[in-house]
Ligand binder design. Structure first.
Ligand SMILES: [Zn+2]
Length: 280
């Protein structure tokens, strides 16, 4: 299998979830360098590799940067779409601090990539193969990477305090990510939304670009896309976050109540234990 990039560039316009600011992405083909972002609204801005060691904030989203200013937030859904599409190298220029939310899922990004098409490069694709189990755990969650001959995610959540969501579990593999996970939307409780807005977050959130619920029911007019849409969205977040390892993965990622923070911590732990993986 050879590495892939886009056949040509494309543009994508939208509004950031937290900033509420309109932004344009321009996504360029590249032959090397992995996935990288550049803030084209900042003069002389450094390119930011979409790598776990450039993650600078994991609160409500994954933000990468060389510092607080030269940073890009909410990269996870776009990263998930790139992984699903099979893109190894791309440069994403963005004229603002946060990626567009689109419809809250990865589907519009995946559609845009597939509309442009892929180009096979001449370099053989490398895969990060997990050789030994590795675990990261704290008081809120447990995440594990296990050896596996494909890329598979088993994710569970426990929203016992939120009867509309409750407990959910989902397993997806590289073969089902695009059909079962790409369309799952970002979610939020309407009461949290008010609190987040007061904190300057979720400024771009609406009932149409998020799966919004209250204590009793789903409020978004389109209803649920999947019965367990919330945990499927968490799987999407995990795909995007784990792609910051810089490679395709052969591993079974098992996560209970994990989020962006835990996804980043397990990659840091993995790379600090070189005996646990091989790049093949
Ligand atoms: Zn998300």
């Amino acid at each position: 299998m050879f590495e892939q990039t886009l056949k040509t560039f494309f543009e994508f316009e939208g509004t950031g979830l937290h900033t509420g600011r309109p932004v344009t992405l321009t996504v360029y083909p590249q032959t090397t360098g992995g996935i990288r972002f550049r803030r084209c609204d900042i003069l002389f801005s450094e390119v930011i590799p979409a790598r776990y060691d450039f993650v600078i904030n994991t609160r409500m989203n994954t933000m990468i940067g060389t510092d607080e200013t030269n940073s890009v937030s909410t990269i996870e859904h776009f990263m998930g779409a790139l992984y699903m599409a099979g893109i190894d190298h791309a440069l994403i220029e963005i004229n603002g601090p946060e990626l567009p939310l689109a419809d809250g899922s990865a589907q519009p990004f995946l559609d845009a990539i597939e509309a442009v098409g892929l180009l096979d490069l001449e370099t053989k694709r490398k895969t990060l193969v997990v050789k030994k189990e590795i675990v990261f755990e704290n008081e809120t969650a447990r995440v594990e990477l296990h050896p596996c001959d494909t890329f598979k995610i088993t994710q569970s959540i426990d929203f016992a305090h939120e009867p509309t969501i409750g407990r959910q579990e989902h397993t997806a593999t590289i073969d089902t990510f695009a059909t079962d996970v790409a369309g799952a939307r970002t979610f939020g409780n309407i009461s949290d939304h008010e609190k987040l807005k007061a904190m300057g977050l979720a400024q771009g959130a609406t009932l149409d670009n998020l799966l919004v619920y209250d204590h009793e029911k789903v409020l978004s007019p389109t209803g649920l896309r999947f019965e367990n849409e919330v945990v499927r969205h968490k799987v999407l977040d995990s795909i995007g976050d784990l792609f910051t390892c810089g490679y395709r993965l052969h591993a079974h990622f098992v996560t209970h109540k994990g989020g962006h923070f835990h996804n980043n911590e397990i990659l840091k732990k993995l790379f600090s234990h070189p005996d646990t993986f091989q790049i093949i």
